[in-house]
Design a protein around this ligand. Structure first.
Ligand SMILES: NC(=O)c1ccc[n+]([C@@H]2O[C@H](COP(=O)([O-])OP(=O)(O)OC[C@H]3O[C@@H](n4cnc5c(N)ncnc54)[C@H](OP(=O)(O)O)[C@@H]3O)[C@@H](O)[C@H]2O)c1
Length: 252
């Protein structure tokens, strides 16, 4: 008789969209899950549907606001204890409120930075410490194409995602010596609540399920960065070399 290796993962931002789809994808690959987000009912629904599809998996839910930084260490330790260890963490929490062309609202910007960047640092710092000691582990951060350049549409979101890219690269450089793998995910457009109400301007839109398959596959293959889908890598290469005087005219 062979004993199955335990597989345990935390998904932060699991109540909808990409995070919820990643939870399903990981359960299909045999992972027990700790799911984190604020909306308790939605989180319970996601957990229920994962359990229905994969009856042998343990799926626990942990209501939490990632802006409550002081709660993170205790909650991380509790989840690791409940799951009897940890092998993966996926940080998918994010917000992208609409910013009007003439709007300069620090309160809104603060929320964007707190959820997309600071929360990621708080959760992934805990995972980094745990995985470095365990000499193994996989860290996945969901960033965005928006982090490639400072677009005029949403300065704080672009800044937070650019910051997340750099933070994840630093983590990778710190942790590779311990055998810990860090993946930066750069999606284009994914059909989730985040895209709702956006009139026009989107193309190559994929489902959260397809995004999740691509993300989990790239992390399992120990890729450093994945564009979701791959063709966004070409767009990024072009976007990076567009001169500012042209880029500032682009309506994105
Ligand atoms: N959709 C796209 O086209 C696209 C493109 C590029 C990158 N992304 C990135 O993909 C990630 C997932 O977004 P999505 O498209 O799947 O949108 P979504 O369906 O709105 O999911 C966002 C997730 O973040 C969680 N979240 C937001 N604020 C939170 C807070 N304060 N505390 C804890 N959790 C919080 C939400 O849970 P609660 O509200 O329940 O807390 C939800 O689970 C984000 O980082 C986003 O920037 C999306």
């Amino acid at each position: 008789m062979t004993t199955e290796e335990p597989r345990r993962a935390i998904v932060v931002g699991a109540s909808s969209g990409i995070g919820a789809a990643v939870a399903h994808e990981l359960a299909a690959r045999g992972y027990d899950l700790g799911l984190v987000a604020r909306r308790t009912e939605l989180l319970a629904e996601v957990a229920g549907s994962v359990r229905n599809a994969h009856a042998t998996r343990t799926v626990e839910v942990y209501p939490h606001d990632v802006r409550s930084l002081s709660e993170v260490r205790g909650l991380f330790d509790q989840i690791v204890e409940d799951l009897h260890g940890l092998d993966w963490i996926v940080y998918a929490a994010g917000v992208m409120p609409r910013i009007e062309p003439e709007e300069y609202e620090t309160g809104k910007d603060r929320e964007i930075v707190e959820v997309n960047l600071l929360g990621a640092m708080a959760w992934l710092n805990e995972a980094a410490r745990w995985f470095a000691a365990a000499r193994k582990g996989t860290i996945v951060g969901v960033s965005s194409m928006a982090g490639e350049r400072g677009r005029r549409g949403n300065p704080a979101y672009c800044s937070a995602k650019a910051g997340l890219n750099t933070y994840l690269e630093s983590l990778r450089n710190r942790l590779s010596r311990y055998g810990v793998h860090v993946l930066t995910v750069k999606p284009g457009f994914v059909r989730t609540a985040m895209l709702e109400g956006r009139e026009g301007g989107t193309f190559w839109v994929i489902s959260p399920e397809e995004a999740a398959r691509r993300i989990v596959r790239a992390a399992a293959r120990r890729r450093k960065t994945v564009f979701v889908p791959t063709r966004w890598g070409l767009v990024a290469a072009v976007v990076r070399v567009i001169p500012s005087f042209v880029f500032r005219r682009i309506e994105v």
